[in-house]
Design a protein around this ligand. Sequence first.
Ligand code: HEM
Length: 418
Amino acid sequence: MLSSVQLVLLATSVSAYPWVADAVEGRPLDERSLSGFWDTLRLGAKDISQSLGGVLKAQNDGKMKALGGEIKKGVDWIYAQANATEGFEGWPKPSLLDKSAADLSQELIYQTYNLDRVSNPPIWPIADEGHPYVAPGPGDVRGPCPGLNTLANHGYLPHNGIVSPDQLVRAVWEALSMSPDLGAILTVAGFVFKGDIDTMKLSIGGQVRGAGVGLSQHGTIEGDGSVTREDSALGDHVKVSQQRLQTYYGEIAKYGTNGYDINPTVCAESRYRAYQDSVQNNPAVDFSSTRHLIAYAESGFAMEVFRGANVSCTAETIDWFFNKEQFPPGWRRRNTPVTATEMIAWGMLFNKIKPTEPVRGLGIKGHPVKAGSSFLSEGTVKSNIEKFSGGLIKAVPKAMKYMAEALGQSGPLAGLDG
Ligand code: HEM
């Protein structure tokens, strides 16, 4: 959902940009800045109407209750499965909530969530046992998320890429150890903003009749400054870019531990490079405070989710997931569930290593303006979770209320969001 700051900025852009910036910089008004200006308007207006569409849909109490009911089915299954698993050490406690960016380090996060793989033998089965890879066929949709594409290729999600809320929450847990708090929040955002809440189906790719506009649609969830995808204004924002992948592998070789293992510096540097690319080349770059927070947290997926139960996460691991969209041979998910708290903590750590600011392009390449403050460099893990979920609570309160009920006020994850 666009924040009030973004709305004000967009309104300002209508009356003031890009002429103000040109005047400030002493540059003549050229054709490029004018076309960038119209691009900005076009994209901004589309984003607003899409987000508002989701907000309006989410007013329907009956539909939101049904969405919550679907999520609950998935969550109940997960709790039962986890608790019946021998060696499962329980749900992580939200002990990092009071930490600020200055307090965070890889060692602290590893200690808190028991992520030392050397002394923790894997407890979950090999990912493709019973879920072999099948390449997508002509009728199957795939989208901008390497995680969900892989899950559909292995049949954790329906192979055609059209999913229900229950299937989505379950699959990200069953195949990748994503805890229900994080799975449910992404599911709510996906269904409300990009899915069809009459049929309760969502396309993980482009628009499909009866399954919404799909996750590939730019705006609200899919955004600019992705590590392996182009910005929608500049190229293909859905398929992985081979050029960006090569750049990413170069970053792993340069900054990785022992020259091959992804660490917080790799995540921070690759995120910074993707951001700079958008800032320099996309006149309509949209990297709001919320997008900033999500994009940094998303970088934690490479650090910790694709690593699975392995000690190292290498360029080869990334190639399997991002390029082949398959599980690496023999791959197992990590023992400890991946919660929203942990992902926000990683995002704050990466931004501490290589800070950036939220920006919005108002039509001139290389000269976006500051768009709100960076949540990640201020406050605590708790306040950042509140900023993230608080935005959704304000925008789609009924959906979030039923989601919280599905997670269980007194269940194992109670209190995880502070
Ligand atoms: C539960 C539901 C999920 C939804 C609705 C979802 C949706 C999305 C969307 C729309 C994007 C594009 C965002 C962008 O423009 O950068 C994305 C990116 C991404 N997703 Fe997911 N995702 C989900 C779960 C996962 C899981 C379980 C993983 C596993 C690790 C994952 C890994 C990633 C990564 C690494 C990216 C960034 C790609 C890049 O920067 O190039 N996602 N996801």
